[in-house]
Design a protein around this ligand. Sequence first.
Ligand code: ZN
Length: 79
Amino acid sequence: MFIHLLYSLQDTSKKSPMELINAVPPIKVEGRIAACDGRQDKGRETGSLGHPIEYICLDLDQPAVCKYCGLRFVQDHHH
Ligand SMILES: [Zn+2]
């Protein structure tokens, strides 16, 4: 019973910021450069006006992260 109680306490909605960021799938971009102005996330109504356009190089294999808003971008290799 005690173990069950501990398990229940862990199963809450408490998430770390990293987990929240990882919950947003990276945005696929055709080409090597992504342009982010902070308004790509149309699924959320943040009321944000975005940020100055940030050009992000996608040459790396891992997702590139916008330094302003934290959105992640990956190069779409489909042709
Ligand atoms: Zn951004």
